[in-house]
Design a protein around this ligand. Structure first.
Ligand code: ADP
Ligand code: MG
Length: 212
């Protein structure tokens, strides 16, 4: 992947090769600026790589027209960012339902959203707004929102980066537990050695390459 820079193109990722099957996970570490977020953006079809391809279940999002690309991201990919990115005016339940609003109407969505919030331990916080939730709770809502479409690929960019040690541990446990249950592909970027240690497979981004 190259980004344009004032003195010509800047190479961020170079020769990254990665294959993950449903149910598999990978934890990616690496210094700030090494391209971790860029890698997730490419995997999640938020950015089109300047060279190379990404396929998810045989489909290359770069070949889709813009309208289908938006639907691809909505249905196939779940994102969790360092900041929860919840909408402040919506309740926890409504926030989890946001991804379902742009998809075809689905009468099972509210039940799914409720079950996910129960699964992350927030069954008694459905009507709470983000301001009424702790940092860890907000991130658990964000996790439920990332999973509500049952995406094939779940991408987390420093999901515990803003949390205290205890909340980070809870979010990490839920992430791995729900991944085992849903059998998606999970890629997590983290600076936390505690979180990384819980993954069976880890890699480092170094000089644009992914090394074991
Ligand atoms: N949209 C962009 N345009 C130009 N350069 C970018 C863009 N996004 C990221 N970069 C550059 O790519 C490099 C990797 O960034 P990033 O993927 O955010 O790293 P990390 O997440 O590992 O900290 C950085 O040097 C950054 O400045
Ligand atoms: Mg980053």
């Amino acid at each position: 992947m190259q980004y344009p820079g004032p003195e010509g193109p800047v190479s961020v990722l170079d020769g990254v090769s990665l294959a993950l099957a449903p149910g598999e996970s990978l934890c990616v570490m690496g210094p700030s600026g090494s391209g971790k977020s860029t890698l997730l953006a490419i995997l999640g079809a938020l950015e089109t790589p300047t060279s190379g391809t990404v396929t998810l279940a045989g489909e290359d999002p770069a070949r889709l027209p813009e309208k289908d690309l938006a639907a691809f991201r909505n249905r196939r990919v779940g994102f969790v960012f360092q900041d929860h990115c919840l909408l402040p005016q919506l309740t926890a339940l409504e926030n989890v339902l946001v991804p379902t609003l742009v998809a075809a109407p689905d009468s099972t969505a509210p039940q799914r959203a409720r079950e996910l919030l129960e699964a992350v331990g927030l069954g008694s916080r459905l009507a709470h707004r983000p301001a009424q939730l702790s940092g860890g709770e907000k991130q658990r809502v964000a996790l439920a929102r990332a999973l509500v479409m049952h995406p094939a690929l779940v991408l987390c960019d420093e999901p515990t980066g803003n949390l205290d040690a205890r909340s980070a541990e809870t979010v990490g446990s839920l992430l791995l537990e729900l991944h085992a249950k849903h059998r998606s592909i999970l890629v997590v970027v983290t600076h936390s050695t505690e979180l990384a240690a819980r993954f069976p497979s880890r890699a480092m981004l170094k000089d644009g390459r992914l090394v074991a």
